[in-house]
Design a binder for this molecule. Structure first.
Ligand SMILES: [Zn+2]
Length: 396
C-alpha cells in the first residue's frame, strides 16, 4: 500500500502543494512567480518535495528560453475521501490530489439511526469505491455532519437533529476505521468549501453559503477561510427567531427560522395543505406515497400548483429576511444558496432576492449576486476532500 506519510516541512512547501492542488501540474518557473521565492530557494523546496514523494515530475514544461524543465504535479496515487452525512442520506466520494471526484456514491440513511449504523454505511461505501478501482487506499478523509461540531476534536455538540451523536468522537472513531487522518466539520462549511474550490464561489474571498436542507445553516467565508467562531457554531442561522412565539423547533425554542422554513418544515406544511384540501396536486402525491417531501413540493410547483408556489415563496421570504440581516452585518460579495431544496430553484431564489434587495442598504447589495450553488450533491464531498487536504498540506 502506498500511503501519504510525508507532510510539508514549512510554509513554502505547503503553499506549493496547495497551488498544485488548485491549479494542476505546473512548471517550476510559473510556480516561482506565484510563491515569490528566489530561483535557488524554490529549487531547494521543490527538490525536497520530490524526495518526499508528495510531488512528481510530469512531462516537459513550455520553454522560456534556455534549458527546458519538467512540469511538476502532485503524486498521482494520492486519494482523498469526502463524506457528507446528511439528515436523510449519505454521500461518499473519492478524489485525486487535485480534488477531482473520481467516484461518488449516495445512499438513503436516517442520521437518527446513530453513529454506529451510519459509520457502517460510510465504511461499506468507501470499501465499494476502493474495490471499484478508484483507490488502493485513502490518504485522508473529510467528514461533514448536519450539526455543530467542536472543530479541533471533531466532535458533534448537542446537534438538534442528530440524537445519539452528542459528544461522539467522530474524528477518532473514523480515523481508526479508515486507517487515515480524518477531519470533521459541519456539513454547511463543507458545502462552502466545495463551492469555493470548484463551484460558483471559485476565487471569491468573502461570501455566505446558505444551505437549506432538512435544517438551515450558513457557511461564512472570510478572506478565503471558513469562519467557525469561538466554539464552532458560527452560521447556525436556522435557530434565529423569525416569529415570536412561533412554531416549536427541534432545538426546543419557538419560532426558529428552520421550524418555519426548511426541507422538513416544507414537507410538514405541504402535508397540512394536502389534508386540508388546499391542493389537489399535493393531495394526489400524498395518497400515492403516504408522505410528502420538499421534492414533491418542487414538482407540484413546476406543474403550476398555486399552493406549492405560495409555500416556496413564503419560505423564501423568511430566509430572505434573515439573509438581509446577515448581508448588512457581513457585507459579502456573493451569497450562494444550496442544499436539498435547490430543486425549488428560481421561485425560491426570486423570493430570497426580493427580500434581501428590499431590506439591505444599497451599498451592501449594489453588486451582490445571490445565486444557486453549482455543484449540487458534489459540493459537500468536494468540500470534505478540500478540508482534509488543507490539513495534510499544512506544515506539521
Ligand atoms: Zn431552533
Amino acid at each position: 500500500m502506498r500511503r501519504m506519510t510525508a507532510r510539508p516541512a514549512n510554509a513554502h512547501q505547503a503553499r506549493l502543494l496547495k497551488l498544485l492542488r488548485d491549479g494542476g501540474p505546473n512548471s517550476r518557473a510559473k510556480l516561482g512567480d506565484q510563491v515569490e521565492l528566489s530561483r535557488s530557494k524554490l529549487a531547494v523546496e521543490v527538490d525536497r518535495l520530490l524526495e518526499t514523494g508528495l510531488v512528481v515530475a510530469d512531462g516537459l514544461a513550455a520553454s522560456r528560453g534556455g534549458r527546458r524543465s519538467h512540469n511538476i504535479r502532485l503524486a498521482p496515487h494520492l486519494r482523498f475521501l469526502g463524506v457528507d452525512i446528511g439528515a436523510t442520506s449519505v454521500d461518499v466520494a473519492v478524489t485525486n490530489a487535485e480534488l477531482e471526484v473520481l467516484g461518488h456514491l449516495n445512499h438513503p440513511m436516517d442520521v437518527r439511526e446513530g453513529p454506529v449504523a451510519v459509520f457502517e454505511q460510510v465504511l461499506s461505501m468507501a470499501t465499494k469505491l476502493r474495490d471499484s478501482g478508484f483507490a488502493d487506499s485513502f490518504d485522508g478523509a473529510g467528514i461533514g455532519v448536519p450539526g455543530p461540531v467542536r472543530f479541533p476534536e471533531g466532535v458533534p455538540v448537542a446537534p438538534p437533529i442528530m440524537p445519539g451523536w452528542d459528544g461522539f468522537p467522530v474524528r477518532e472513531a473514523l480515523s481508526q476505521e479508515l486507517g487515515c487522518p480524518v477531519m470533521v466539520d459541519n456539513d454547511v462549511n463543507l458545502m462552502a468549501l466545495g463551492e469555493q474550490h470548484a463551484g460558483v464561489a471559485r476565487s471569491v474571498g468573502d461570501f455566505l453559503c446558505v444551505k437549506i436542507g432538512t435544517g438551515i445553516g450558513c457557511g461564512i467565508v472570510v478572506g478565503g477561510t471558513v469562519h467557525r467562531g469561538a466554539t464552532g457554531s458560527a452560521g447556525d442561522i436556522g435557530h434565529i427567531q423569525v416569529e415570536p412565539d412561533g412554531r416549536l423547533c427541534a432545538c426546543g425554542n419557538k419560532g426558529c427560522l428552520e421550524a418555519h422554513f426548511s426541507g422538513a418544515a416544507l414537507a410538514r406544511d405541504a402535508e397540512d395543505a394536502a389534508r386540508a384540501g388546499r391542493s389537489e396536486e399535493l393531495a394526489a402525491r400524498l395518497r400515492a406515497s403516504g408522505r410528502l417531501t420538499a421534492a414533491d413540493v418542487a414538482a407540484a410547483a413546476a406543474a403550476g400548483d398555486a399552493t406549492s408556489l405560495l409555500l416556496i415563496r413564503d419560505g423564501g421570504h423568511r430566509v430572505g429576511q434573515v439573509i438581509a440581516g446577515l448581508v448588512s452585518f457581513f457585507n459579502p460579495s456573493l451569497v450562494v444558496i444550496g442544499g436539498g431544496v435547490t430543486g425549488l430553484g428560481h421561485t425560491l431564489l426570486a423570493a430570497v432576492r426580493a427580500q434581501v434587495y428590499r431590506r439591505s442598504l444599497p451599498l451592501a447589495t449594489g453588486n451582490l449576486p445571490i445565486v444557486l450553488g453549482e455543484l449540487g450533491p458534489a459540493a459537500g464531498v468536494t468540500g470534505g476532500a478540500r478540508l482534509i487536504s488543507d490539513h495534510l498540506f499544512s506544515p506539521v
